[in-house]
Design a protein around this ligand. Structure first.
Ligand code: OSB
Ligand code: MG
Length: 383
């Protein structure tokens, strides 16, 4: 494998208009915001990563402001001028900073992209050296779509119809107390055979167990993160009361968290977001664990731009990812995205891994400039 030496790193806060915002139990924003990280090697190879943080610390504790602060002051200095044999060395180099997983993940992703390009490989294929024996990219990712909380049941049904017609074979509905059983019943009645799941983003407590039991009636693939965003214990108390498998998202921030959750029976499925666990290296550790223990696994999304989505597609194309991932076609998020080429949904509900090296998409400079300007226009005080 070709080693790389990091010559320079740039961080760009951006804002990009959504074609359709996503309302969750914790809120909604008109723009996708994040920090894009650009790593340049001494040989002139460029890699891109996305720190998929948000305006408010609503999903996780990080924001654009904290990511910029931690990247520029603490993380970048650890990598500048350093020679890296392979990107799995990055977490060790960043060990002096605790937490800040999204910021670390963005930086590490840029190094992965640069390393794959330096080795003249697609990121999806470059992963093979770090996977269990015999595992290699399938060349495409099986995907579903995440649908936000809508003003009415009729509006929800209209969106589900549209997505099913577009070819998404797995539908995820965001729920919260008062917007759960009725919506699941309505969608299930019209779509008796569609793979259906619900995501609560921590909107319930253990006291809601009875209400959550009602959801067992709708033949759900899983219910995602019903309880506290940091909780494992109470989920282990809830799971035995439900027939529907619990899938953890927010609660699992490391391979160690997953081991604990499996040990106490807090979940049966994992939504792995490389950003949430601090990057692709930790994600690979979790991948190995899921393969060894036979845990159904899928890749979650944070409404990433093309930069983050391309890395997620590469990871989701690995054979240990056994359930449809939350990665939709470009037109579900942006028009246009900051990268080319766009991702299109194939008839079999898959996205293809692009042919290009690394993450396989390229950042379009004029679109990046526009997204940076939009950030400066709307959020100058948020830095
Ligand atoms: O909980 O999975 C979540 C988006 C932002 C923050 C949290 C979540 C989500 C999604 C969107 O559900 C999935 C996607 O990127 O399409
Ligand atoms: Mg979720």
């Amino acid at each position: 494998m070709t080693a790389i030496t990091i010559d320079s790193i740039s961080c760009y806060p951006i804002a990009l208009p959504f074609t359709e915002p996503l309302r969750t139990s914790f809120g909604e924003e008109p723009f996708k915001v994040c920090v894009l990280v650009e790593v340049r090697t001494t040989n002139g190879v460029v890699g891109w990563g996305e720190a998929s943080v948000e305006i408010r610390p609503g999903y996780g504790p990080e924001t654009v402001g904290t990511a910029l602060h931690v990247l520029e002051n603490f993380l970048l200095p650890e990598l500048l001028g350093v020679t890296i044999a392979d990107p799995t060395q990055v977490p060790e180099l960043l060990r002096g900073t605790r937490g800040h997983h999204h910021a670390k993940a963005g930086l590490e992703a840029a190094v992965w992209d640069a390393a794959a390009r330096a080795n003249e490989m697609r990121l999806a294929d470059y992963f093979a050296a770090f996977l269990p024996q015999g595992h290699r990219s399938r060349g495409c990712a099986v995907v579903g779509v995440s649908i936000g909380i809508q003003p009415t049941i009729e509006a929800t049904l209209a969106i589900v119809r549209k997505r099913v017609q577009q070819g998404y074979k797995r539908i995820k509905l965001k729920i919260k107390p008062g917007w759960d059983a009725q919506i699941a019943a309505a969608v299930r009645a019209e779509f008796p055979h569609t793979q259906l799941m619900l995501d609560a983003n921590s909107a319930y407590t253990l006291a809601d167990a009875g209400r959550l039991q009602q959801l067992d009636a709708y033949d759900l693939l899983m219910i995602e993160q019903p309880l506290g965003y940091d909780d494992i214990f109470e989920h282990s108390r809830l799971q035995p009361q439900l027939k529907t498998p619990i899938c953890l998202d927010e609660s699992i921030k490391s391979a160690g968290d997953l081991l604990l959750a499996l040990h106490v029976g807090a979940c049966r499925i994992l939504n792995l977001k490389p950003a949430r666990v601090g990057g692709l290296t930790e994600s690979l550790a979790i991948y190995h664990l899921c393969v060894e223990q036979g845990v159904p696994l899928w890749i979650g999304g944070m409404l990433e731009t093309g930069v983050g989505r391309a890395a997620n597609v590469a990871f989701a194309s690995l054979p240990g990812v056994t359930l449809p991932s939350d990665i939709s076609a470009t037109d579900r998020y942006f028009d246009p995205d900051i990268t080319e080429p766009p991702f299109f949904l194939n008839e079999d509900s898959t996205l293809r891994v692009p042919e290009g090296l690394g993450i396989g998409v390229e950042v379009i400079p004029e679109r990046l400039a526009r997204a940076r300007a939009l950030w400066e226009e709307y959020y100058p005080y948020k830095r």
